[in-house]
Design a protein around this ligand. Structure first.
Ligand SMILES: Cc1cc2nc3c(=O)[nH]c(=O)nc-3n(C[C@H](O)[C@H](O)[C@H](O)COP(=O)(O)OP(=O)(O)OC[C@H]3O[C@@H](n4cnc5c(N)ncnc54)[C@H](O)[C@@H]3O)c2cc1C
Length: 414
């Protein structure tokens, strides 16, 4: 009988792969098993709607680690394997091969999957979703053939796919029930800037209506909207959000609710079982509430944080949410978290697409977004994290350095 400790990670994507790397970095000498349902070694998804989708970047760009990394670090990478059962009482994970893996600590990094449409015609040929590199390959191949596409949903994925398709010269229509793209996160005012950006690039933006049906013989021929339009098209891309993959956790009796519920240490309701990345609904010590973040930086940092806690470091995960997006020649970074706010203050003219927007509650910044302005994330983080009171006039004045506004305190770690 072996006394070697075994840490098992389910989900071989960004959070899982970074967690495995961190276990070794932190000196764990036992067995590490990384189980992933996809056949591809861990990769990053952001390029899949951007340069990789447009054919401007190759496969090598997307991988989290070099091919040899896992063997070199004695990480057992089980690709094309799905974890099908979890017995927390006996510390056993069952894999679809029938193998039962005994673990000392377990990390669930099972991520999220696209929400599927359930309207008439949703199963026709020519309806695309985008989550995996294989999805991106299929969509890229379709973009290569040109034609017209209807993008259903103007969230981040829909907006980026619309931009990439337009950049590839396709005829693009976006249909979105909200009044502007990205409304849930950015609000009507800032979302309107993205509507105008797409319109200026020749995308038809049909806001305030949904899609009732996708029609065609064997394949997509048109889309019917709630406001009675019939939009002829060659194919459809659906980007209507994702849902966390909680099946394994729920079946094992872990606390689940909009993701796998974890505490500040990213530990689930069952001691010794952790969760990180898109699937984790974590108590956030700075924000004072539970949040589930579906973004790259969260997976990048939570995986390692969970790994350290698996080794008993007991360190709370308190980074502020951060994400980025690139559409056409407009890049942005968003820092913070705002379910609601009282007003938005701009530094710079939004019409120039070079500005910073701040979301405020009373005299505090709760989120900030820099658009084609760089190197300002640290002061924005400080403003939010340290709850520095701000004056709108100074906040909007580009001549007042953000560092100065946020300089009440020394620099912070996130
Ligand atoms: C097209 C696209 C573009 C994006 N662009 C951006 C961007 O610009 N900026 C940004 O901040 N974020 C972006 N994101 C979001 C970012 O990629 C995700 O937040 C990140 O991938 C989450 O990583 P994760 O490891 O938590 O989960 P995932 O990447 O979802 O990976 C989870 C993995 O677990 C596997 N798995 C699930 N269940 C099991 C099981 N039972 N057994 C074995 N394996 C299992 C899945 O197959 C998957 O490989 C984008 C996402 C997509 C899809």
């Amino acid at each position: 009988m072996t006394t070697e400790r075994t840490h098992v990670i389910v989900g071989a994507s960004l959070a899982g792969a970074k967690a495995a790397e961190t276990l070794r970095e932190e000196g764990f000498e036992g067995r590490i098993v990384l189980v992933g349902a996809e056949d591809e070694r861990p990769y990053e998804r952001p390029p899949l709607s951007k340069d990789y989708l447009r054919g401007e970047a190759g496969r090598e760009k997307v991988y989290v680690h070099d091919e040899d990394f896992y063997a070199e670090h004695d990480i057992e990478l089980r690709l094309g394997r799905t974890a099908t059962g979890l017995d927390t009482a006996n510390h056993e994970l069952e894999v679809d091969t029938g193998e039962r893996l005994r673990y000392d600590r377990l990390l669930l990094a099972t991520g999220a999957q696209p929400r599927r449409l359930s309207i008439p015609g949703a199963g026709l040929d020519g309806v695309y979703y985008l989550r995996s590199v294989l999805d991106s390959d299929a969509l890229r191949e379709r973009l290569d053939r040109g034609g017209s596409v209807v993008v259903i949903g103007a969230g981040w994925i829909g907006a980026e796919v619309a931009a990439s398709a337009r950049q590839r010269g396709l005829d693009v229509t976006v249909v979105e029930p909200a009044s502007v793209p990205l409304e849930r996160v950015l609000g009507a005012e800032v979302g309107g800037i993205y509507r105008d950006l797409h319109t200026d690039h020749g995308v038809r933006m049909l806001m305030g209506t949904g899609v009732e049906a996708i029609e065609g013989g064997a394949a997509v021929e048109r889309v019917r909207t709630g406001d009675g339009r019939e939009l002829d098209c060659d194919f459809v891309v659906v980007g209507v959000g994702v849902e966390p993959r909680t099946g394994l956790a729920a079946q094992a009796g872990l606390a689940v609710g909009d993701g796998i519920q974890v505490d500040e240490l990213l530990e689930t309701s069952v001691p010794g079982v952790f969760a990180a990345g898109d699937v984790a609904n974590a108590r956030h010590p700075v924000l004072g509430e539970r949040i589930r973040v579906e973004h790259w930086a969260n997976a990048l940092n939570q995986g390692p944080a969970a790994a350290r806690n698996m080794l008993g470091k007991a360190s709370a995960y308190d980074r502020l949410p951060y994400f980025f997006s690139d559409q056409y020649d407009v890049g942005m970074e968003y820092t913070g978290f705002a379910r609601s706010w009282e007003r938005v203050v701009f530094r710079g003219d939004p019409a120039t697409r070079e500005f910073v927007a701040f979301w405020l509650v009373e005299d505090r910044v709760v989120a900030g977004m820099n658009v084609n302005v760089w190197e300002v994330t640290d002061p924005i983080k400080r403003l939010i994290r340290e709850r520095v009171p701000v004056d709108d006039r100074r906040l909007s004045d580009p001549d007042v350095p953000l560092d100065q506004l946020a300089s009440r305190h020394a620099s912070v770690s996130t």
